[in-house]
Design a protein around this ligand. Structure first.
Ligand SMILES: [Fe+2]
Length: 372
């Protein structure tokens, strides 16, 4: 588990250079505290508006026990709690998902709604703060909001699983000839915050015990899509025995506000990634980027159809759909803000799609491959 917090104007004194902050922590119920020190680095400020003002503090725990609650305290700040993922799923387990947030009133409401369902984590599939890798004030505004909303009903912190979108990157997309190191510099906030997870020029496979895996791909923002296809095939095959596997990326392969081939990434994902997922036992796909709620069933070229839940609208202004080819594939649609609450059970998964004020837009049940 990694905890990160920002310091600087409005966010508490920056720790002295090289010193970090004292963090007391323990497993809930244990009598004695352990002491760690945070690391601290300057938070990027690419537009260099004045002095580098903010710093990022971090403490990283390794080898925590699965399925436990932990408490920690930074200096004399209030105590915070989190829970680690269980080793076995148990009867049911909830996570939440969405994309395209920003720090609007709608985003604050929708993320609060999601976190109040007490998910194990929130998976945010790109376009987090809309800072475009440049605007440090806008980036910090998002994390201030996240700090306000990312708590369950009992106050426990809800971890974030970050995905990358075009608005994390200066210019939005990988550029011909650019190396991974070149592109990391174009997404300075994302890599300052999540470089520990995104260490290599390849997608992320995140496994929770033997019951849940998330595969997080990049629709050409830091790395070209073509480089990830073999990885996807291999990593789907490696998780054949995992009952629940979700694949997430940013740009919708079945567009809604954009047209069918407005972006080549949509066509590439439809022709190369979706058939691999159809051939596998994966449960469903999460898409984003077009700013509305559209659930489609894939075309089935790989032998079965999979649900693709999109298209990213946590806190942005919902757009009007104009993609004619997606309409026949649609199973649900609403020009609304939404988050998905995914409840894993032994044999089924229930996905409930909620809009503002908790209004239900869509609900579906997914079954394990063997039971399909
Ligand atoms: Fe986007």
């Amino acid at each position: 588990m990694t905890a990160q917090w920002l310091r600087g104007p409005g966010l508490g004194d920056r720790p002295e250079k090289g010193k970090g902050e004292e963090v007391r922590w323990k497993k809930l119920g244990e009598p004695t505290w352990q002491v760690a020190r945070s690391t601290s680095t300057d938070f990027p400020d690419p537009e260099k508006r004045g002095m580098p003002r903010w710093s990022l503090s971090r403490v990283r725990w390794k080898e925590l026990e699965a399925g436990k609650e932990y408490v920690f305290q930074v200096g004399d700040s209030p105590e915070q709690r989190f829970r680690t993922a269980p080793l076995d799923m148990g009867e049911e387990l909830i996570f939440a998902e969405g994309g395209d947030s920003d720090s609007t009133q709608a985003a604050e409401e929708m993320l609060t709604l999601a976190c109040q369902k007490n998910p194990l984590f929130f998976s945010l599939g790109g376009d987090i703060s809309y800072s475009d890798g440049k605007d440090v004030a806008r980036e910090i505004r998002f994390w201030e909001m996240w700090h306000r909303v990312a708590q369950g009903t009992d106050g426990k912190l809800i971890p974030l699983v970050p995905g990358i979108g075009n608005h994390e990157v200066q210019g939005g997309y990988w550029q011909e000839g650019a190396t991974f190191e070149d592109m990391k510099k174009k997404a300075p906030f994302f890599f300052a915050l999540f470089g520990g997870l995104y260490q290599r020029d390849e997608p992320i496979g995140m496994d929770f015990g033997n019951y849940l895996s998330l595969l997080l791909l990049d629709t050409g923002h830091i790395t070209p899509m073509e480089r990830q296809t073999k990885w996807l095939e291999k990593n789907l095959a490696a998780r054949k025995s995992v009952p629940w596997v979700f694949v997430s990326w940013h740009i919708a392969c079945y567009p809604s506000a954009r047209t069918w081939n407005a972006q080549p990434m949509s066509g590439y994902a439809r022709s190369e990634w979706i058939p691999l997922i159809e051939k596998s036992d994966a449960t469903a796909v999460f898409n984003h980027h077009d700013h509305d709620m559209q659930r489609v069933e894939s075309e089935g070229k790989g032998g079965r159809k999979v649900m693709v839940l999109g298209n990213g609208s946590i806190g942005v202004e919902p757009r009007e759909a104009r993609c004619a080819e997606s309409i026949p594939l649609r199973k649900a649609y609403a020009q609304e803000n939404y988050i998905n609450v995914i409840k894993l059970k032994k044999e089924t998964v229930e996905v409930v799609t909620l809009s503002r004020m908790g209004r239900e837009l869509d609900r579906l049940e997914l079954k394990k491959r063997a039971a399909r």
